[in-house]
Write a protein of this length. Structure first.
Ligand SMILES: *Cc1c(COP(=O)(O)O)cnc(C)c1O
Length: 412
């Protein structure tokens, strides 16, 4: 009898995006003339930078001739891209990362989802709340949690990210069992918060002390516009032994539909075998990657490389600036309306709290839909600590953002 992985039955179905679609469809049916503006989606809306498109085209042409055709490439990614990343994203900022510590992949979603399989099923896992659901669900599937009860999985540690801590949780001091595997995401999705050097240092120190591992998701690093904010966990002393970093071209250069990302695993980063011996995670991931993955397509890697050319860098910056200006328009309007507004400064996401702490996320969502015909994402869909908030995405065209904001008025 073929039996299923019973852990899948523990997965709590998230109805967030289907609930949103249902409510929007019902509203549209009642108000056929209303032009609804969607500000809930976390997807890029503008075209690829032209430098990337040119490199993409010319790599496709190479595939069209026997002399320049490429078949399977290295699973870890082409040297040209790994070197460009190590140089432009790390070494130029004084961060010690070499090209062979960069693994190219087809997405940070896959990498953040797959990395957990290197670790024992009995490690204690911690996530921020609110959270990007991939970290949670992949650990549930692997059997690292108990059942879903009262809005949370048993056995998972939730690091509460609230107004009180500026949406940046501190390492726990009160746990009987210290945590072993910690997912941190900065700039954060959904709250838009960023962490300081001191805050990240406390996490690195915790990981060293407790022999834990930090999984640092920096998918939104390109939105940081302040040099004093760490861009990489590897700017923090000690991190090379205790951290892995995930990055992606999705949000930085509009590659959500093109697919290219990378994971940094320093050669000195370690985990432990049951006898306490130190094991290089770099070797484990290399083994996993070469066994289960066959590389990102050559034209896509050429398109990604073009992000680091002088024109590509300039165009990418302009693209992000455009979204950051949207974010600033949204921030300003929501503040004027009396909402508590967070994020949107080094992030495409604005995290807004209702004026009254008793308003729940869905009430807030319905009010915006009915009064302004604007769709946002209810914060409760990202975790218990998201209740009372909604997330606005700055991934949109300026005219729609302006229109949406002007529809929001004082009597909202
Ligand atoms: C969008 C996003 C990613 C990127 O995923 P890709 O698979 O590279 O497109 C990773 N982490 C977070 C938190 C995200 O929001």
């Amino acid at each position: 009898m073929i039996r299923i992985n019973a852990n899948y039955q523990k997965l709590h179905a998230s109805y967030l995006f289907s609930d949103i679609a249902t409510r929007v469809a019902a509203f549209q049916a009642e108000h056929p003339g209303a032009r609804i503006i969607k500000m809930g989606i976390g997807d890029i809306t503008r075209a690829l930078p032209s430098a990337c498109v040119a490199a993409f085209h010319s790599a496709v042409d190479e595939m069209a001739s026997d002399e320049t055709f490429r078949g399977y490439g290295p699973e870890q990614g082409y040297e040209f891209l790994r070197t460009a990343i190590a140089t432009a994203e790390f070494r130029s900022r004084g961060v010690d990362i070499s090209a062979d510590e960069v693994f190219i992949s087809d997405g940070a979603k896959c990498d953040t989802g797959n990395i957990q399989e290197l670790f024992s099923t009995d490690v204690v896992v911690a996530v921020q709340d609110p959270v990007y659901p991939v970290y949670v669900d992949t650990n549930v599937m692997a059997g690292r949690t108990g059942e879903w009860r009262r809005g949370r999985y048993e056995g998972m540690v939730y690091l509460e990210s609230t107004e009180k801590n500026g949406f940046v949780p501190e390492p726990p001091v009160d746990l009987v069992d210290p945590i072993d595997l910690v997912y941190l995401c900065f700039p954060n999705n959904p709250t838009g918060s960023v962490a300081t050097k001191e805050q990240l240092q406390r996490w690195v120190d915790y990981a060293i002390e407790h022999k834990a591992l930090l999984l640092f998701d920096a998918a939104y690093v390109a939105f940081i516009r302040d040099d004093s904010i760490p861009h990489s966990i590897f700017e923090i002393p000690g991190a090379r032994e205790v951290a892995i970093e995930f990055r992606s071209f999705s949000k930085s250069a509009g590659f959500t539909g093109t697919r290219c990302a990378y994971t940094i695993i320093p050669k000195s980063c370690r985990a432990f075998s049951s006898d306490g011996a130190s094991v290089a995670i770099h070797e484990l991931w290399n083994r996993r990657h070469t066994t289960k993955f066959n590389g990102v397509s050559y034209p896509v890697q050429r398109a990604a490389e073009a992000v680091f050319s002088p024109e590509g860098a300039k165009q990418t910056r302009e693209l992000i600036d455009y979204y950051l200006e949207n974010a600033s328009v949204i921030r300003e309007r929501l503040s004027e309306l009396g909402f508590r507004v967070y994020g949107g400064l080094h992030s495409p996401y604005i995290w807004a709290g209702a004026e009254s702490r008793r308003t729940d996320s869905w009430e807030f969502f319905d009010r915006l839909l009915h009064k302004a015909h604007v769709v946002c994402t209810p914060g409760s869909g990202f975790g218990a600590c998201g209740e009372g908030y909604v997330r606005f995405s700055a991934f949109n065209d300026r005219a729609s953002v302006d229109e949406a904001m002007s529809r929001m008025s004082g009597d909202l």
